[in-house]
Design a protein around this ligand. Structure first.
Ligand SMILES: [Zn+2]
Length: 182
């Protein structure tokens, strides 16, 4: 799955989760989901996140290969435990986004090693799409359409999102001003 499809599917899934579990729909939570949805592909130097990983992805790629340990539910569980030490909606978002990424690749033809390092066998759903195919493009546009529909039908989501975005911008501007004044 391409990074933009991971982003679109994960953010839409994240919105549905927020609704179901009454999570605050904030930029912190959504940002967490977005980051989490990109993280597993740090095992590929040419991926969106790999190219921005300051060489970390080269090390992971050379050690485990692409779609190795970072696409494992076992590693996800370890990550979940670590993130729960700093339990907030940002870290919950990261954990969810990461899981949505693994799930997204689980539906792809090449599958994912869900139980790596226990077994390197790859698992996949019985209906699959091929990465970068028209089917994936369809998934991408469908996710965006569903996400937009969801926001339109859940107006209560818009206020906390705008609020948290303004707060974040406010914080950033203040930090920058403080930095300049020093
Ligand atoms: Zn992946």
């Amino acid at each position: 799955m391409m990074y933009k499809t991971h982003l679109a599917t994960s953010i839409t899934a994240g919105m549905v989760f927020a609704k179901l579990l009454s999570y605050p729909f904030t930029i912190g939570y959504l940002g967490g989901v977005a980051i989490g949805s990109l993280l597993p592909d740090i095992d590929h130097p040419n991926s969106f996140i790999g190219r921005r990983s300051f060489g970390i992805s080269n090390v992971i790629y050379n050690t485990f290969g692409h779609r190795g340990i970072t696409h494992s539910l076992i590693l996800w569980f370890v990550l979940l435990m670590l993130l729960s030490l700093h339990n907030n909606y940002f870290t919950i978002g990261i954990a969810l986004g990461y899981l949505f990424h693994i799930l997204g690749d689980f539906f792809s033809r090449s599958g994912v090693p869900l139980l790596h390092p226990y077994t390197k066998n790859r698992f996949r759903f019985f209906i699959t799409y091929r990465t970068s195919s028209y089917a994936e493009l369809l998934i991408f546009y469908l996710s965006i359409a569903l996400g937009l529909l969801f926001v339109i039908n859940n107006e209560e989501f818009i206020t906390p999102l705008v609020h948290s975005l303004v707060n974040l911008l406010n914080y950033l501007v203040h930090t920058i001003i403080k930095f300049i004044e020093k």
